[in-house]
Design a protein around this ligand. Structure first.
Ligand code: 5GP
Ligand code: ZN
Length: 137
């Protein structure tokens, strides 16, 4: 018996409304949609989050999103969508099996977009860029 929520979905221990599947990936409707048609793409194999997921798996997920997102837009008559990965609990990741959200969006659908809140102090922007740049492996 699978332990993880999405391993259970992959194993059909939890039913799901699948819109696409192949030998490596499944795309299915989110049970608690931000808007109707909200879809999740998961690899069948378990990886905890974005950092833990191999590059080739992430790029295949992106390729799949290119295929699936236009169908979601057409089916849901949505003009736009958000793609997100929440990676880590503090970023809102509740299910620790990598998943890509594709969320159809509408004008005035009541969901707030992020807005920049912070301002860098003098010199801090350059220092921050330098710090990140030096840590890229
Ligand atoms: P997270 O917050 O981890 O990025 O997103 C997890 C998403 O999975 C949530 O939007 C939640 O509604 C959805 N979800 C959780 N459990 C299930 C489930 O058993 N089936 C389906 N279809 N969606 C689920
Ligand atoms: Zn899993």
């Amino acid at each position: 018996m699978a332990q993880c929520v999405f391993c259970k979905v992959a194993a059909w221990e939890t039913p799901s409304q699948r819109v696409y599947e192949d030998d490596k990936f499944i795309a299915f409707l989110d049970i608690n949609p931000v808007n109707f048609g909200h879809t999740l793409i998961i690899p069948r194999e378990h990886y905890a989050n974005f950092i833990e997921t191999p590059e080739d798996v992430l790029s295949e997920m992106t390729k799949l999103a290119k295929k699936i997102a236009p169908a979601i837009l057409e089916a849901m008559k949505a003009p736009a969508f958000n793609i997100t990965f929440n990676s880590g609990q503090e970023a809102g990741q509740a299910v620790h099996h990598i998943h890509m959200h594709i969320i159809p969006r509408y004008a005035d659908d009541g969901h707030k977009q992020w807005h920049g809140r912070d301002r860098y102090a003098e010199g801090e922007m350059g220092a921050t860029a330098k710090k990140i740049k030096e840590l890229i492996k």
